[in-house]
Design a protein around this ligand. Structure first.
Ligand code: NAD
Ligand code: MG
Length: 388
């Protein structure tokens, strides 16, 4: 097999590190074009040397000289700043992993899409902010988009294109997060440490908090609607604490095709990397005899109002979901900085969405402007609340 050239946007994060872990095992198969990160330039430099990357980019301009110094004497080119991240995404590569967290991934991800390349998409916020524009661009440029989010990888693998008209429902599973069995009194006082301690998955801080509020599942409903073109009422969320069934598709003859495996992101990453083939991954194999039970229930939308909110925003369209996403990013940041409580996260998002003038967004510029404005509104709202 010919060498594949690879770029990883967000290589220093949880998904990025798992991607590096797979690629480093096959130095003869992959040639690394670019790696991008943010402030952890120590790890970025280490990865660039390990994978003999051509280019290493930090999004933070203040970190340029540190990264440059760390890579002195190597052949790795060094760049810095948001524009440099987008430029790295635009450089020729056969396969790109989009694993920057949040709306910061939107512009670089679009650079890949516009060039009609193969895109492994972990950055779900891109679809939440701009799903209509992004999917139109995917169609226009004939981009190969392979989802990396474990549920969406599962649906991608079990959705039979030729039987799309026979699909009854998409079963989107959720672990339920660390507060699955906690009451509202507990959640009101929950700390960042408790919220990021996910029972089954080891992930970045933002998505861990999103799992605790179940906003993550709300974002994933929106992601699934855009990726697979089904309306929200075809998607059923099931809380499945064991995280073995990663999602499933139900057909009108009663068949349900489910995707199963151990909860390890290296499986969906390897799937996206090898697609349309399959490759070996170091993931521990699923042993059915060691599973005591697989349980499923519907989520409690009273304790987890983010689900209801996400569906309401989806019904209102892309501007509402972009505002919701931006407000959520800011509110999660404020919670992690101990400025607001855990339940204040979704309360804040709901307030901001409710007060926002939701004019249609038709272009990337519109979305970026709405994202910026929603962040400002959320910061102001939180600052006001803290004062009182
Ligand atoms: P993370 O916080 O661990 O890593 C984020 C990466 O983005 C890092 O490389 C960081 O340097 C980079 N980054 C952060 N801010 C940036 C900015 N302003 N500009 C450029 N780069 C920036 O996050 P993660 O858990 O790896 O998640 C990444 C994405 O994948 C998210 O969209 C998340 O929802 C999605 N995802 C993650 C998992 C998981 O298991 N971690 C599972 C499914 C989906
Ligand atoms: Mg997921």
């Amino acid at each position: 097999m010919a060498e594949k050239s690879i770029t990883i946007l967000g290589s220093t994060g949880s998904i990025g590190k798992n991607t590096v872990d797979i690629i480093r095992r096959y130095p003869e198969k992959y040639r690394v074009k670019a790696l991008t990160g943010n402030r952890n330039v120590g790890l970025l430099a280490e990865q660039a040397v390990l994978l003999r990357a051509e280019l290493a980019v930090t999004a933070d301009k203040e970190k340029y000289s540190e990264l440059k110094e760390l890579l002195a004497g190597t052949s790795v080119r060094v760049e810095a700043g948001d524009n440099a991240v987008a430029a790295a995404a635009a450089e020729e590569a056969d396969w790109t992993m989009s694993s920057i967290v949040g709306a910061a991934g939107l512009v670089p991800t679009m650079e890949v899409i516009k060039r009609g390349r193969t895109l492994a998409l972990a950055n779900k916020e891109t679809l939440v902010c701009a799903g209509e524009i992004v999917m139109a661009a995917v169609r226009e440029h004939k981009t190969t988009l392979v989802p990396v989010d474990s549920e969406h990888s599962a649906i991608f693998q079990t959705l039979e294109e030729q039987h799309r008209g026979s699909v009854d429902r998409i079963l989107l599973t959720a672990s339920g997060g660390p507060f699955r069995e906690k009451d509202l009194a507990f959640m009101e006082k929950a700390t960042p440490e408790q919220a990021v301690a996910h029972p089954n998955w080891s992930m970045g801080a933002k998505i861990s908090v999103d799992s605790a509020t179940m906003m993550n599942k709300g974002l994933e409903i929106i992601e699934a609607c855009h990726l697979f073109g089904f309306p929200a009422n075809k998607i059923e969320v099931l809380v499945h604490p064991q995280s073995i069934v990663h999602s499933a598709v139900g057909y009108q003859d009663g068949s349900v095709l489910a995707h199963m495996g151990m909860p390890d992101m290296r499986t969906p990453i390897a799937y996206a990397l090898a697609w349309p083939e399959r490759m070996k991954s170091p993931t521990v194999r699923l042993d059915f005899t060691k599973i005591a039970a697989l349980t499923f229930s519907h989520p409690d939308e009273k304790r987890f109002p983010a689900l209801r909110l996400a569906k309401a925003c989806l019904a209102q369209g892309q501007t509402a979901t972009a505002v919701m996403n931006a407000a959520n990013e800011v509110a999660v940041g404020a919670f992690l900085n101990r400025q607001i409580g855990f339940l204040d996260i979704v309360r804040t998002v709901e307030k901001v969405v409710g007060s926002f003038d939701l004019r249609p967004t038709a272009s990337m510029e519109d979305v970026i402007a709405v994202d910026f404005q929603a962040r400002e509104t959320t910061r102001r709202y939180i600052a006001e609340r803290i004062k009182h």
